[in-house]
Design a protein around this ligand. Structure first.
Ligand SMILES: [Zn+2]
Length: 160
């Protein structure tokens, strides 16, 4: 751990706290050379989230792939890359918190959709049309109808 002041590599730990249910440790250190105090975070290496694909293959959860689909779903929408990265973080944390082994790709998609709906409704429809593999236009229209009804509920809540 390099001291931010003098770049000395020797420091002693004066306090450590674990958080995130013990998966992370925050350490308060003091440089042995100049006495500067600084904080370090250490995160336990986590096992990857495995995703069970429709064809039966299991592969590690691919953040960048999800980010890429989200980028195309939010094209020309007012959603920044930063927002999308935070979005992927949230989804990943949600999955991790209830992770008990490979998660079905469909349930991963559902979790993304639930959150995307709150982020951007157009992106939600675009993503859903790809992810849910709509059989036909009726199905897509049904989804659109649900969405419109949902937004009407919201506007009613505001006027009340
Ligand atoms: Zn120092």
């Amino acid at each position: 751990m390099l001291c931010p002041n003098c770049s000395c590599t020797e420091s002693r730990v004066i306090d450590s706290r674990s958080f995130d249910e013990g998966s992370s440790i925050k350490r308060r250190r003091e440089c042995s050379n100049c006495g500067t105090r600084f904080t370090t975070f250490e995160r336990r290496e986590e096992e990857p989230i495995m995703v069970l694909k429709r064809d039966g293959h299991v592969e590690p959860f691919d953040r960048s792939k999800l980010l890429k689909s989200l980028l195309s779903a939010t094209a020309k929408r007012n959603v920044s890359l930063h927002m999308l990265e935070a979005f992927v973080d949230t989804v990943e944390n949600d999955i991790r918190n209830s992770y008990r082994g490979p998660i079905k790709s469909s349930s991963l998609g559902d979790q993304v959709l639930i959150r995307l709906r709150d982020l951007d409704k157009v992106a939600y429809i675009r993503f859903a049309s790809v992810y849910k593999d709509f059989k036909d236009l009726d199905e897509l229209n049904e989804e659109l109808k649900k969405l419109v009804e949902g937004s009407q509920d919201e506007s009613e809540e505001i006027t009340e």
